[in-house]
Design a protein around this ligand. Structure first.
Ligand SMILES: NC(=O)C1=CN([C@@H]2O[C@H](COP(=O)(O)OP(=O)(O)OC[C@H]3O[C@@H](n4cnc5c(N)ncnc54)[C@H](OP(=O)(O)O)[C@@H]3O)[C@@H](O)[C@H]2O)C=CC1
Ligand SMILES: O=C(O)[C@@H]1CCC=N1
Length: 274
C-alpha cells in the first residue's frame, strides 16, 4: 500500500533510520522513493553506506518537496526551527507523521500553517530489530486512510496500536520509554548473577534470554502474567522467596510511579518551543 508514496524522513537518527531500515527490508518502498536528512556529514555518509539508493542529504526543503509522506523524527529541541524551515515547502494533503514525544498534532499543524493530516506516532527502539511497539493517534485533519498509511509505515518495524491522542503521553511513559526500564532490569539481573558467582558473559546471556523468553511466553500464550508467574513458583521453593523480597521493595509501585512520571514529562514537552 506504500508503493506509490515518496517518503521524507527528517532527522534520520535512531528512530528515523529504524523506519527506513524496516521499510527497505520489508520491500514496502524502493530505496529511490525514500529521502533521509541529517545535519552531520559523517552521519549522512553512514546512512548512505547503510541504505544504498536512499537519497541522503541535509536539505530538508528539498526532501519535503514532492514527498507524499513526511516523517518528523528530530529531537524536540530541533523541531521549531525545522518547522519554520519546511513550512513553505509542504504541499497541501501531505501526510505528516511525527514521532516527537509530547508534541500534539495541533501544534504541528499550526507550526506548518496548514490544515494538514498529521498522525502522531510513539514508536520505541526495538523497532531497530523489527520488534517495535508503536501507538498512533490521528490529528484533526487525518482520516482513516491516513491512519492506515501510517499503520503500514510503522508495521514495517513491529506492532501498531491505534489510540486517541489523549492517551499518547501514557503510551510514551509505558512503551516509548519502556525499553530503558527493561534494559535496567537486564543490567540488574546480570549484576545479581555476577554477585552470586556467575561469569559476567554467562550471566548476561542468561538474563537477556530470560527476559526475551518470558516476553514471548506471555505473548504466545496470552495468559495473565500472574498465572505464568505461578507456574514458576513452587510452594516453599526459591521463586516465592524472591517474589516476597520484590514485593517488600514495592516493584509494582515503582513501575507505576516511573510510568506516571514519564507520562507527566511527556505532557510537559507539549510546547513546540520547549
Ligand atoms: N529514542 C527513542 O527511544 C524514542 C524517541 N522518540 C522521539 O523520536 C524523535 C527522535 O528520537 P531519536 O531517533 O532517538 O533521536 P536521534 O537524536 O537519534 O535522531 C534525531 C536526528 O535528527 C537529526 N537532526 C536534528 N536536527 C535536524 C535538522 N534540522 N535537519 C535534519 N536532521 C536533523 C540529528 O542528526 P544531526 O545532528 O546529524 O542532524 C539526529 O540524529 C524524538 O523527538 C523523540 O522524542 C520516540 C520514541 C522513542
Ligand atoms: O526519552 C524520550 O524523551 C524519548 C521519548 C520516548 C523514548 N525516548
Amino acid at each position: 500500500m506504500l508503493r506509490d508514496h515518496t517518503l521524507a524522513v527528517l532527522g534520520a537518527g535512531n528512530i528515523g533510520s529504524a523506519l527506513v531500515g524496516g521499510l527497505l527490508r520489508g520491500g514496502d518502498l524502493p530505496a529511490d522513493q525514500i529521502r533521509a536528512t541529517r545535519r552531520g556529514e559523517a552521519a549522512r555518509e553512514a546512512l548512505r553506506q547503510r541504505f544504498p539508493g536512499v537519497h541522503v542529504s541535509d536539505d530538508n526543503r528539498g526532501a519535503v518537496s514532492g514527498a507524499s509522506i513526511v516523517i518528523i523524527s528530530v529531537k524536540p529541541q530541533n523541531v521549531a526551527a525545522l518547522m519554520e524551515e519546511i513550512r513553505p515547502h509542504v504541499a497541501p494533503g501531505t501526510l505528516v507523521l511525527s514521532t516527537l514525544a509530547g508534541v500534539p498534532t495541533g501544534a504541528l499543524s499550526r507550526a506548518l500553517g496548514q490544515e494538514l493530516p498529521v498522525v502522531r506516532a510513539m514508536p520505541n527502539t526495538p523497532a531497530l530489530v523489527d520488534e517495535g511497539a508503536t501507538a498512533l493517534a490521528a490529528g484533526e485533519w487525518a482520516d482513516e486512510s491516513h491512519v492506515a498509511t501510517a499503520q503500514a509505515v510503522f508495521e514495517a518495524v513491529g506492532i501498531v496500536e491505534v489510540v486517541t491522542e489523549n492517551l499518547m503521553d501514557a503510551v510514551t511513559g509505558l512503551s516509548g520509554s519502556g525499553p530503558a526500564y527493561v534494559f535496567m532490569l537486564i543490567e540488574g539481573l546480570t549484576d545479581a548473577g555476577v554477585k552470586q558467582g556467575l561469569p559476567r558473559p554467562t550471566s548476561s546471556r542468561l538474563a537477556v534470554q530470560t527476559v526475551l523468553g518470558a516476553a514471548r511466553l506471555a505473548q504466545e500464550t496470552g495468559e495473565h502474567p500472574a498465572i505464568l508467574r505461578d507456574q514458576v513458583t513452587t510452594p516453599g521453593g526459591t521463586t516465592i522467596a524472591a517474589v516476597a523480597e520484590l514485593e517488600k521493595h514495592g516493584l509494582r509501585t515503582m513501575m507505576i510511579d516511573a510510568v506516571q512520571i514519564a507520562t507527566e514529562r511527556s505532557r510537559q514537552l507539549s510546547d513546540l518551543d520547549g
